[in-house]
Design a protein around this ligand. Structure first.
Ligand SMILES: NC(=O)C1=CN([C@@H]2O[C@H](COP(=O)(O)OP(=O)(O)OC[C@H]3O[C@@H](n4cnc5c(N)ncnc54)[C@H](O)[C@@H]3O)[C@@H](O)[C@H]2O)[C@@H](O)CC1
Ligand SMILES: Nc1ncnc2c1ncn2[C@@H]1O[C@H](COP(=O)(O)OP(=O)(O)O)[C@@H](O)[C@H]1O
Ligand SMILES: [K+]
Length: 484
């Protein structure tokens, strides 16, 4: 698991480490790591041109020292000082010693011919969007030829939430220090951070345990172990699906198919889409009656394509009245938003899987702080909330949170959510903790999207078809992180 640490957590750890190290040592570690990543990205230093955008804090100091490393290796480095009176003095001296030039914001910044632009305007000390002068330079960097690299955090991005209040630096890469900050991987900030590189500056032992995480393939593989010699079709959990209707039989087919293809023990289906499910998946045990007639299961998925009429409401209430884990998806979310009492106070885990519009039905839209919003709704309802998006967020009622690291925008296709809820039901039926099962499901769904989209445009059925291969890859050596 990759911990996501807030600014307060990073500052607290830094304070302890700063007191235990000689002055400037941490910044040297940060700047050396930053220069190393830049050299790797550029392929060489000699003959390249770099422009440093330097603010008045330590973030600018990191950029200046890294610029000095590059200049010492033959790069032509220009530092643009946004606040010349407060530019880090030792960093400035180091850059000058190494042969770097210094310009004011109106001087020749070299942005139109730079190979590399380092954003050292603000880091974790930043508040709000960029001021006009910095915004103008960030805009020129975005349209110029240089590879844009943010130091610690893209300036203008809120490191804790990913909120972008105005202009921000659009980085292709972000080199972050000590710990990955949530704002680099979630919300709007994710789009500004690009590929995130973590540089170890020795903070690890001093960091408080993170309250938000990203899962890796290895974390998810634990939930996808093949059956052992002692297992039978019942032993690792049976999933029950109430999805699909006469109008939307496909939702039942996709949801049961995804559950089967994730963990093919036993899947039961109840409801009016039975004929379509039987035809598509003869392996599924189907009843045309209600959930009570389906036989024993260890977790339910309810809602995809199921409608919002009185009959659908009765089925939802019946499933939620059980002492089993329940995934509440799609139409069932609309019903639960009308009647939150159906969910509140359940003894067994409930997982709600809204996209933004469904989320808004519970009160207000998620807004710019997606982790915070998901946590608030989870605490309010006593349920796990999986808030879908390009980086899906999962929050538990106790504040535990996950941000998904896999996926592709090809997943924005009809029925993709039905596949996710089937995967999730299958994992929940094993007895896995609900928030982690939800995060693992989002991870596997995202990987299936990547695997399927490698061959071209995808429809939701492709995700189901490619699930066995995806499970195999997640269990095995996994996909490289760069494909995340
Ligand atoms: N504390 C430490 O020991 C270490 C800090 N490091 C670096 O230091 C950074 C934090 O440094 P600071 O605490 O000095 O803060 P920053 O350098 O992030 O920003 C503070 C400065 O930015 C100004 N500012 C705030 N918001 C702004 C905005 N929207 N537009 C323009 N200017 C704005 C503030 O007035 C202040 O001058 C980290 O992000 C990291 O890059 C690293 O060198 C590692 C070690
Ligand atoms: N731009 C995107 N990038 C990555 N994943 C996306 C994107 N858009 C949607 N998704 C994912 O695709 C799925 C869509 O689910 P949903 O909106 O419920 O679709 P449907 O109701 O058609 O089944 C979610 O898992 C969501 O996270
Ligand atoms: K920055």
């Amino acid at each position: 698991m990759i911990g996501l640490s807030t600014v307060a957590e990073v500052r607290a750890a830094e304070d302890v480490l700063l007191a235990a190290t000689r002055e400037g040592a941490l910044m040297q570690r940060a700047a050396t790591g930053l220069a190393t990543v830049c050299l790797r990205l550029l392929g060489r230093a000699h003959g390249t041109r770099a422009t440093l955008l330097v603010g008045g804090g330590n973030n600018g100091g990191d950029a200046l020292f890294a610029g000095a490393h590059l200049a010492a290796r033959g790069a032509r480095v220009t530092a643009v000082l946004l606040d010349p009176a407060r530019a880090h003095p030792a960093g400035l001296a180091a850059l000058r010693r190494a042969g770097g030039r210094v310009a004011g914001p109106d001087g020749d910044d070299g942005l139109d011919r730079a190979d590399l632009v380092l954003d050292g305007i603000v880091g974790i000390g930043g508040r709000g969007g960029l001021r006009p002068e910095a915004a103008r330079l960030a805009q020129r960097a975005a349209t110029g030829p240089g590879l844009t690299v943010a130091v610690d955090v893209p300036s203008g991005v809120d490191a804790d939430t990913g909120a972008v209040g105005g202009a921000a630096f659009p980085a292709l890469h972000t080199v972050t220090f000590g710990a990955v900050k949530p704002g680099l991987v979630v919300g709007e900030g994710r789009g500004y951070a690009g590929t995130v590189h973590l540089v170890d500056i020795g903070l690890g032992p001093h960091l408080a345990p993170a309250r938000a995480h990203q899962l890796t393939d290895a974390d998810v593989a634990v939930h996808l172990e093949p059956p052992g010699p002692g297992d039978d079709k019942y032993s690792r959990g049976v999933v029950g699906v109430v999805a699909g209707s006469a109008a939307y039989p496909g939702a039942g087919v996709l949801c049961t198919g995804a559950a089967l293809r994730t963990r093919p023990g036993l899947v039961r289906h109840a409801g009016p889409a039975g004929d379509a499910v039987r035809t598509a998946w003869p392996e599924v045990i189907v009843t045309d009656g209600g959930p009570g007639e389906a036989g024993r299961v260890q977790a339910w998925v309810v809602g995809p394509g199921a409608g919002t009429d009185d009959a659908a409401r009765r089925v939802l209430a019946e499933v939620l009245a059980t002492d089993l884990p329940v995934v509440v998806d799609a139409d069932a979310l609309t019903l639960a938003a009308r009647e939150p009492a159906l969910v509140r106070g359940r003894g067994a885990p409930t997982v709600l899987t809204p996209h933004d519009r469904e989320f808004a039905r519970f009160g207000e839209p998620p807004g710019a702080d997606r982790i915070g919003s998901a946590r608030r709704l989870a605490a309010d309802l006593g349920a796990v909330v999986l808030l879908k998006g390009d980086a899906t967020v999962v929050a538990g009622p106790d504040g535990t949170a996950f941000v998904n690291a896999t996926g592709t925008s090809d997943l924005a296709t009809a029925g993709s959510g039905d596949v996710l809820s089937g995967i999730l039901g299958s994992l929940l039926a094993t007895g896995a903790p609900a928030a982690e099962a939800a995060a693992a499901a989002a991870h596997l769904h995202g990987r299936a999207g990547q695997v399927a989209a490698a061959a071209g445009p995808i429809v939701a059925g492709d995700l189901v078809r490619r699930l066995p291969e995806t499970v195999g890859r997640v269990r095995g050596t996994g996909l490289p992180d760069s494909e995340a």
